[in-house]
Design a protein around this ligand. Structure first.
Ligand code: NDP
Length: 242
């Protein structure tokens, strides 16, 4: 792959996003990556990417801030959009719906779903002009099946799946492929406090996945072997959801 191709990973400070940045760099992409607040939080990632000979553009982005996100993304990429965009930002605030606060609902939906509009929509027209590209949204097994205690998170992640399928239909003729990855239980900060004794028996492969295993599927969707794959949801879940 030409090494002048750029991948933009939204939410790359740690976990799956950071692993995706490293994997895509290994695949030959130059990398733009975002975190909230001070971009010095991405210094560790920067040194690894630069050691691999890739260029690195750190971006400060709170995906819930619509105005700032649209402005930042447009200023950075309005003229020259990335080839691949990975929408990875997401949070969970679990509670039974009966007790769920409006804050818990809003924070999760604004980050997981509204942020997709705020950060990806401004890239669509520039990407359409290029007549090529990949959009990859990180959904969740919870969005595929709906998990009790995660009505907000399941709604946001299912919303992303709907958005990806509709957008794939809009952009196919422009040569832009749009897909979702739906991880199961992956070993990151997000799942650090889960009681795995109840969850492991539900996973046929009997373990959590690694961020690198999710990044491998992101790499496939961003790379040359997925040229006829669009509008799909690819599970990375050890068999948790079939
Ligand atoms: P982490 O909590 O480790 O990372 C989440 C990332 O999202 C961080 O980079 C974080 O940045 C970013 N983020 C959160 N809120 C915002 C915001 N308002 N603006 C910008 N960035 C934000 O989680 P994972 O790596 O585990 O998860 C990555 C994605 O995968 C998420 O979308 C998650 O929902 C999804 N997923 C994870 C699963 C798992 O088991 N781990 C399972 C299924 C899906 P910051 O450092 O600034 O907070």
């Amino acid at each position: 792959m030409a090494s002048d191709r750029l991948a933009f990973i939204i939410g790359a400070s740690r976990g799956i996003g950071s692993a995706a940045a490293l994997r895509l760099a290994r695949d030959g992409f130059n990398i733009a990556a975002s975190c909230r607040g001070d971009t010095s939080r991405l210094d560790g990632l920067r040194s690894q990417l630069e050691a691999m000979g890739r260029t690195f553009l750190p971006v400060s982005l709170d995906v819930t801030d619509r105005e700032a996100s649209i402005r930042t993304v447009t200023e950075l990429f309005g003229e020259r959009p990335p080839f691949a965009v990975v929408y990875n930002a997401g949070i969970s605030k679990d509670d039974l719906f009966a007790w769920m606060s409006s804050r818990e609902w809003d924070d999760v939906v604004r980050t997981g779903l509204d942020g997709f509009y705020n950060c990806v929509q401004p890239l669509i027209q520039p990407m359409m002009s290029q007549r090529c590209g990949r959009i990859i949204a990180i959904s969740s097994a919870s969005g595929q099946v709906g998990r009790p205690g995660q009505v907000n998170y399941s709604a946001a992640k299912a919303g992303l799946i709907g958005a990806v399928k509709a957008l794939a239909g809009e952009l196919g003729k422009r040569g832009i492929l749009v897909n979702a990855v739906a991880p199961g239980v992956i070993d990151t900060e997000m799942t650090r406090d889960l009681d795995m004794t109840k969850i492991l028996p539900l996973i046929p492969l009997g373990r959590k996945g690694t961020p690198e295993e999710v990044a491998a599927v992101i790499s496939f969707l961003a790379g040359p072997y997925s040229d006829y794959v669009t509008g799909q949801v690819i599970g990375v879940n050890g068999g948790l959801v079939c």
